[in-house]
Design a protein around this ligand. Structure first.
Ligand code: UN1
Length: 550
């Protein structure tokens, strides 16, 4: 078992790490760094066949959060083999005992909530309050699944013949490969890891490189809290190409039985293709271009608050972030004016202060967002800030909290005058940008809501129940909010998308159990004879010609 950290995770500014065997060094800022490695079958993989990656604080890029030793395709495949070797020992642990492991994990995460949230804020720049909420989501997930260990129900089913009984059982799938993004570096992974482990699977987890320290911290809490034997949970830090190649090898060897992936629609399609070749269906949680419809009966103040939170919270880097507001022409001017004002007033900056949002997740996301800003057309009108693009001393944001030059911060941008053919309308922009367009009747609003072809989350603001239900029925989204923002799903509802947002798989709550278990049916004949299904079945004589007479 590894001893990377004690039961308490180091928080910001802390320079102690009980029980640590990790190599440490100081950077120019005097802060303690962490050398982060993969862990396979309980062993730290200190080599870096995939190179080294520096995880920096995106709000203060001179601060190194972790030095990461990246693995290779071979390392990924080795991890899958280790998971396969541990498979029987974990699936043989009675489900209620696995449920207790989940209970302990939940308590340990709770006891480390603030340290973990601080680490998340330092590593990916999510405002601290949101990071605490993210950690809460892990605890909620554990609270939900700890009892599932005592359920994990199968059924007893009547047979069509006497002295024969039918049963169904949920079996673990075997080895689950989990590949996650870094915008929710600990909560979204827990949506996979917790139920996968509870169901009796062994896991290989490949988190985003730029969120390695947060991932490693969660790994420690899971392994220590759950008392997980070596090989049950394996952590592989690697880039996308090596991971893909490693997954290909592992699938080919029959070492991976299920893939869970959260990330872009483009990579999701590749993973779906690869798993399909191995006759598997991946659990895919992909991007979103999430619409919010504002009807004439809407409470405009509420709708503005929701658009601000879901459009710009997490710097627009949730898969559930608001993409386009579709506003009825009768209230368009009023809504636009208020959203512009609210966005101008919104505090942006240091994620440890009280801000609506902080920096981009890392430089890569800043660069990609700039490509989208390059799609702004002369006919668009931009609102919401004192500038567009990166916030700097020469391109300042009024009211910015902190030093914009220290990190990767972008102005919030509201784009009005959007057209249906615009890339900014059709594609996920994954940054602080919200589009705005008008509509005249609800059918048009629903058509526009579905037009980009995603289907993760959609919201409507209305006081008319008929409109709310027509919208629910008409939108393609897996998650619909009435008078609530597009983001902020609760941890025990089915979560997942359609179209470009996923392949219909659902995470969370009882629904995710179907991802991590396979149904097995059993029949038991104790009649002492060979009773043949469909043939040796008793017939009742029905008189179907009978009619009532007046
Ligand atoms: C994601 O961005 O991948 O509903 C998930 C929400 C969060 C989850 C977002 N609870 O916004």
């Amino acid at each position: 078992m590894t001893s990377w950290a004690g039961a308490q995770i180091d928080g910001i500014g802390s320079d102690t790490c009980s029980g640590s065997m990790i190599l440490r060094q100081r950077n120019g800022m005097g802060r303690m760094n962490r050398n982060i490695t993969s862990v396979i079958a309980g062993n730290e993989e200190t080599g870096a066949p995939g190179g080294r990656f520096r995880s920096v604080n995106p709000a203060a890029t001179s601060e190194v959060v972790a030095e990461v030793a990246l693995g290779s395709a071979k390392m990924f495949a080795d991890a899958a083999r280790a998971a396969r070797a541990a498979k029987l020992s974990w699936s043989d642990v009675p489900a209620p005992v696995r449920g207790r492991a989940i209970a302990h994990i939940g308590r340990l995460v709770e006891a480390n909530a603030e340290s973990l949230a601080r680490l998340v804020t330092r590593e990916i720049g999510k405002p601290y309050a949101e990071a605490l909420g993210e950690v809460r989501e892990i605890v909620d997930t554990c609270d939900f699944f700890l009892g599932e260990g005592r359920r994990l129900y199968g059924q007893t089913v009547p047979s069509e013949m006497p002295d024969k009984q039918l049963f169904t059982f949920r079996n673990p799938v075997g080895v689950v490969a989990v590949i996650t993004a870094g915008n929710f570096p600990v909560a979204v992974p827990s949506w996979y890891l917790v139920p996968a482990l509870l169901c009796g699977n062994c896991v290989v987890w490949k988190p985003a490189e730029y969120a390695s320290a947060s991932a490693r911290a969660l790994y420690e809490l899971l392994v220590r809290g759950g008392g997980l034997p070596d090989g049950v949970l394996n952590l592989v830090l690697a880039d996308g190409d090596e991971t893909f190649a490693g997954l290909d090898i592992a699938l080919g060897e029959g070492c991976v039985d299920k893939v869970g992936f959260t990330g872009s629609s483009k990579v999701g399609a590749r993973i779906g293709e690869l798993t399909g070749r191995h006759l598997q269906s991946a659990c895919l949680e992909l991007g979103g271009k999430n619409p919010m419809v504002v009807t004439p009966s809407a409470d405009i103040d509420l709708a503005v608050a929701a658009a601000l939170f879901s459009g710009f919270g997490t710097a627009g880097q949730r898969c559930t972030s608001l993409g386009t507001v579709i506003v009825h022409e009768d209230v368009r001017e009023e809504f636009t004016g208020q959203l512009d004002e609210a966005t101008r007033q919104a505090p942006v900056g240091d994620p440890f202060r009280d801000v609506v949002y902080g920096p981009m997740l890392n430089a890569r996301f800043g660069r990609r967002f700039e490509e989208y800003l390059g799609r702004i057309q002369p006919y668009h009108r931009l609102l919401g800030s004192t500038g567009t693009g990166r916030i700097t001393a020469r391109n300042p944001r009024e009211g910015f909290l902190g030093d914009p030059e220290a990190g990767i911060f972008y102005h919030p941008t509201i784009v009005t005058g959007l057209r249906e053919e615009d890339a900014l309308f059709r594609e996920e922009t994954f940054g602080p940008l919200v589009g705005l367009m008008g509509y005249r009747d609800l059918d048009e609003a629903i058509r526009l809501a579905n037009a980009p072809g995603y289907g993760l989350s959609a919201a409507i603001y209305t006081r008319d129940p008929a409109e709310a239900f027509r919208f629910r029925r008409g939108v393609s989204a897996g998650m619909v909010s009435i008078n609530n923002s597009t983001s902020g799903a609760e941890a025990h509802l089915p979560f997942g998308g359609n179209g470009k947002s996923g392949n219909g798989s659902r995470q969370s709550g009882i629904w995710v159990l179907d991802q991590f278990t396979r149904w097995q049916s059993m029949n038991w004949d104790y009649s002492g004879s060979l009773q043949k299904a469909q043939m040796d079945v008793a017939e009742l004589n029905a008189d179907e010609s009978y009619r009532l007479t007046d």
